[in-house]
Write a protein that binds this ligand. Structure first.
Ligand code: PGA
Length: 245
């Protein structure tokens, strides 16, 4: 595991964006695994800047996102498809056809899971997967207890995850109760993984990730079995690791 400790959120985002840019330069038709949430937003901003400065070309690139809410239309403002379009895709020269996100507004959820895993296997697996981490160690929507053998599947969201996301919805009742997520095994198929964490809120999770053993009760710990994992964390998220020595 490589660990990069950045000074703050901005430096963390710059470090991640630089690694992604290097990947695109090395392989213009690379496949990027992407994530939503507050953490990668700064990385997308940096990537948009580098695109505008002519340092990256997305014409031949494909992207595969981790997850999507069940029941939300792609146009819904809280859908992850909308998030990606608004915060990244609309600003770069990527062909939308090459951007993959699970489709949550379907009756055939099991079939959608199988289709998505096939996308990962045929379009992907990603050359580089960007990940955030939940305070409880979740990656994607894989909550504690998810099997390390899981592929793309349907998740019933825990109360705490729904509460954490409720700030984006008008009321708690509007927060979806289910999501489609790449499983742990699906994520592990990626050739290279970058996990980002910023802020004191993530300090316990980063400490556990670095010091703990792989354990299904802490989904991110599965990544310790990956042979090309880079953690990019800021000083606040790394605080507890330092204290423990
Ligand atoms: P955040 O979410 O980036 O909004 O903190 C990360 C996650 O829960 O995976």
């Amino acid at each position: 595991m490589n660990i990069i400790v950045a000074k703050d959120y901005k430096e963390m985002s710059q470090a991640a964006s630089q690694m992604i840019e290097e990947q695109i330069t090395k392989k213009p038709d690379a496949v990027l695994g992407l994530a939503t949430g507050g953490t990668p937003l700064g990385t997308y901003k940096e990537l948009i800047r580098s695109y505008k400065e002519g340092r990256a070309d997305y014409r031949f690139l494909s992207t595969i996102n981790l997850d999507e809410y069940v029941g939300l239309d792609p146009e819904h403002h809280q859908s992850y498809r909308y998030f990606m379009n608004q915060n990244f895709f609309q600003f770069i020269n990527i062909d939308k056809k090459n951007t993959y996100i699970p489709y949550g507004k379907t009756e055939g959820l099991e079939q959608e899971c199988r289709r998505y895993e096939e996308v990962i296997d045929t379009v992907g697996p990603p050359d580089l997967q960007l990940l955030g981490i939940g305070e409880n160690g979740h990656i994607g929507f894989n909550e504690p207890g998810t099997s390390f053998d899981s592929e793309t599947h349907i998740v019933h969201l825990t109360h705490s995850t729904r509460e954490a996301n409720a700030r984006f919805f008008e009321s708690m009742e509007d927060v979806p109760t289910k999501a489609i997520t790449m499983g742990i095994r699906s994520i592990m198929k990626s050739k290279k993984i970058i996990l980002l964490a910023s802020g004191e809120r993530k300090a316990d999770a980063i400490c556990q990730l670095i010091h703990g053993e792989p354990d299904e009760q802490f989904p991110a710990s599965s990544l310790k079995n990956h042979d090309d994992l880079t953690l990019i964390v800021d000083e606040d998220a790394y605080k507890k690791v330092q204290r423990k020595g």
